[in-house]
Design a protein around this ligand. Structure first.
Ligand code: IPD
Ligand code: CA
Ligand code: CA
Ligand code: CA
Length: 276
């Protein structure tokens, strides 16, 4: 697709993000319908569904031949990354949305034949829109984000959930403990999209997780690539856009150093789960 096409799409999506953000803020005055999906810590609300439908309706209206992968299941059944594909998380950080009414985001990533073309992450309450068109720089609202510069591990802020340094079924907790100890500090925000946006904007230096879905990382990967960051699975292998993946993103040298550490630990016999 031509540059003009992406510019117009960027304009549309920016407008939709703001409108959807307004709907979410407005919803705080109404009774929220909260349900469990798979367990007590896997929540979905009426607003997750409403915002997903909001985007799907607009995409169908403006771009009827595009396909959509979205968390709450109103999108398409997609088995290939051919053509134009939207990866949508209507509320990333539903638990934060329910418990904190902040620190949640709308995440929209748009790919053409598997290549990231435009990414949007909107931290609604902060009114921070992280956005980019591939090749034209990434922005936080009006401000252009600088290219990422490398940082030493002991001067880095590293985002990791406590799950991954305690007993769990996806990674030997001893693998990441030395990294959590030797970085300057750890953080966990409860919204993967915000954490990815923070890596793109340099607010965080790296982010680690053992399991994310395409709608969680779709937009973030495009933003991070645009500012020269690196993203792979935790063992350094490439991310498969259509499936769940582990993810390690960050400033290039730091990301590579952590991947190398993980590989060394695995070669000594510690376990990581490959993929779902
Ligand atoms: C979740 C959040 C959370 C991450 C989970 C995701 P959701 O997304 O991004 O930070 O740790 O893996 O599923 O369900 O709130 O959209
Ligand atoms: Ca969810
Ligand atoms: Ca999510
Ligand atoms: Ca979600």
């Amino acid at each position: 697709m031509k540059n003009e096409f992406w510019k117009a799409l960027h304009c549309n999506v920016t407008e939709w993000m703001k409108e959807a953000g307004g709907i979410l803020e407005q919803s705080f005055t109404d009774q929220l319908d909260v349900q469990y999906k798979t367990s007590y810590d896997d929540l979905v609300t009426n607003m997750d569904k409403q915002i997903e439908q909001f985007f799907i309706q607009r995409i169908h209206q403006h771009y009827p031949d595009h396909r959509i992968i979205s968390e709450e299941g109103f999108g398409d059944d997609v088995t290939s990354s051919e053509g134009i594909l939207w990866l949508i998380d209507p509320i990333d950080g539903t638990m934060n949305f329910v418990h904190q009414r902040r620190h949640f985001a709308i995440s929209v990533g748009i790919y053409e034949d598997g290549v990231g073309r435009a990414g949007f992450i909107y931290d609604v309450i902060a009114d921070d829109l992280y956005h980019c068109i591939k090749g034209q720089g990434a922005f936080l609202n009006q401000a252009k984000l600088p290219m990422l510069k490398d940082v030493k591990l002991n001067e880095s802020l590293f985002s990791i959930n406590a799950t991954w340094v305690n007993k769990n079924r996806r990674i030997d907790p001893e693998i990441m403990q030395p990294i959590a100890k030797s970085c300057r500090g750890t953080r966990s925000y409860g919204s993967a999209a915000i954490e990815l946006a923070y890596v793109a904007s340099g607010t965080l230096d790296a982010y680690f997780t053992m399991r994310l879905a395409p709608w969680d990382y779709g937009a973030g990967l495009i933003l991070i690539e645009e500012v020269g960051g690196k993203a792979t699975r935790v063992d350094g292998s490439p991310i498969d856009l259509l499936n769940q993946n582990s993810l390690l993103v960050g400033k290039k040298g730091l990301q590579e150093e952590i991947v190398q550490h993980i590989k060394n630990e695995v070669s000594k016999g510690k376990f990581i789960q490959k993929a779902d």
